[in-house]
Write a protein that binds this ligand. Structure first.
Ligand SMILES: [Zn+2]
Length: 114
């Protein structure tokens, strides 16, 4: 059991990270919260919501893909924000990433983003 102060310190450390490093930390953490029960799988994910001024009630949602560290030879891809987008060829989920090559956070397939 952690205290509020423990979680505040952890949050301060996470906030100090650039987004591509934060995503890498979440890649290591969130899969631990996957639940499989009665033929259903529930996966905890990161997502972005892009809200347009002229249609604020209809945001564009995209799940954050995990950078393909094999493709980047252990790296995380460019530190440029989550501006690359694409659709997973296997499960058709819309994904976003800082990287051009990533893994779908739902099914794990490799995704090419532009
Ligand atoms: Zn997928």
């Amino acid at each position: 059991m952690s205290t509020d102060e423990d979680r505040d310190r952890l949050a301060e450390q996470l906030v100090a990270l650039p987004v591509h490093e934060l995503v890498d930390v979440m890649r290591r953490v969130l899969p631990h919260y996957t639940e499989d029960e009665d033929g259903l799988r529930s996966v905890l994910l990161l997502a972005t919501a892009t809200i347009h001024e002229d249609a604020p009630d209809v945001p564009d949602l995209a799940l954050v893909a995990w950078p393909d560290r094999d493709y980047y030879e252990g790296g995380l891809g460019a530190d440029q924000g989550l501006w690359n987008e694409g659709d997973c060829a296997k499960c058709n989920t819309t994904v976003t990433s800082n990287a051009k090559r990533g893994h779908c956070p739902v099914c794990g397939s490799r995704c090419g983003l532009t």
